[in-house]
Design a protein around this ligand. Structure first.
Ligand SMILES: Cc1ncc(C[n+]2csc(CCOP(=O)(O)OP(=O)(O)O)c2C)c(N)n1
Ligand code: SF4
Ligand SMILES: [Mg+2]
Length: 286
């Protein structure tokens, strides 16, 4: 029997006023108790983050957590899930982190279909390092490393994840918090690799609120068959940074397939810990 969790922490929040990360933090704090009501044990939740402004979210949520390395959110998530498949593992990565330095880790964890949830705080800029372009910055983006404007076309993360084999692919927006709640709940409840690209404006280095507010629209399963991968690609292609386009948010794709841990572990649980057990294990391995 578990009691309702107190999710705040004593850490001082250092995000800039107006940062889109607050929308994701507040959504996570709403969703975890809702999932608890549905039977999730909060002591079985582990949050994993990379390095960047987004990563501080693990300081602000009172849950088990692991602060990893820039670009390397999927490897510790993989290790945690394989060591104890009963855990609910939720990753928070930045767009620089997930689609730049760590892109190969993201692709392979989607391909494996581990039962984990991966949330990208996609502000389309390197926030923590003060405003350089990332793989999702728009063409012509002027930042510290591209003063004359980026000459590159951006990646489409939804198309990337559909190609890589993710079994749940969604996009949300931090100003649509109720919608984001439903996406995160559905992603955590999905059995398999769940991916959510969250449009998260960086108020300081790339203020995109106005751009998104004018273009973002929600689609539902009434308008879109989530089991149709080709239809998902078509919907993902609706936004390609051209004039007059709208930006669809919702679940693009969802199918059930056997997970990596089911196929690899076949019901075995490699590590079973109770509080206090960790010290002898560490001492044995020193
Ligand atoms: C291995 C490694 N590479 C690079 C860096 C430098 N670094 C720290 S944060 C960051 C960019 C963060 O951008 P993003 O992942 O988009 O996160 P945001 O700050 O925008 O949330 C970089 C390049 C680092 N700390 N470690
Ligand atoms: S730099 Fe941007 S992403 Fe980082 S805390 Fe400030 S507004 Fe948020
Ligand atoms: Mg970023």
């Amino acid at each position: 029997m578990t009691t309702n969790i107190e999710l705040g922490t004593y850490a001082q929040n250092t995000w800039c006023p107006g940062c889109g990360n607050f929308g994701i933090l507040n959504t996570i704090k709403k969703v975890l108790p809702q999932l608890q009501e549905d039977g999730l044990d909060p002591s079985n939740v582990v949050l994993v983050s990379g390095i960047g402004c987004h990563a501080k979210i693990v300081d602000y949520v009172n849950a088990n957590s692991f602060y990893s390395i820039h670009g390397r959110v999927p490897p510790p998530m993989t290790g945690i899930k394989l060591a104890n498949p009963n855990l609910t593992v939720i990753g928070h990565a930045g767009d620089g982190d997930a689609y730049g330095e760590g892109i190969e880790h993201l692709i392979f964890s989607a391909k494996r279909n581990l039962d984990i949830t991966f949330i990208v705080h996609n502000n389309r800029v390197y926030g923590l390092t003060t405003g350089q372009f990332t793989p999702t910055s728009p063409p012509g983006f002027k930042g510290r490393s591209t003063p004359e404007g980026s000459p590159e076309e951006p990646l489409n993360p939804i198309e990337l994840m559909l190609s890589a084999g993710a079994t749940f692919v969604a996009r949300g927006y931090t100003r649509k918090m109720k919608h984001l709640q439903s996406l995160i709940k559905a992603a955590v409840s999905h059995k398999g690799f769940s991916f959510i690209d969250v449009l998260q404006p960086c108020f300081t280095f790339f203020d995109t609120y106005d751009y998104y507010n004018k273009r973002v629209y929600e689609f539902t399963q009434q308008d879109h068959d989530v089991s149709d991968r080709n239809a998902a690609f078509v919907k993902a292609g609706e936004w390609a940074y051209k004039e007059g386009e709208q930006i669809p948010i919702g679940i693009f794709y969802q199918v059930i397939k056997p997970t990596y841990e089911e196929k690899l572990l076949k019901g075995r649980i490699p590590v079973q810990l109770t509080p206090g057990d960790i010290r002898p294990i560490l001492e044995k391995n020193i």
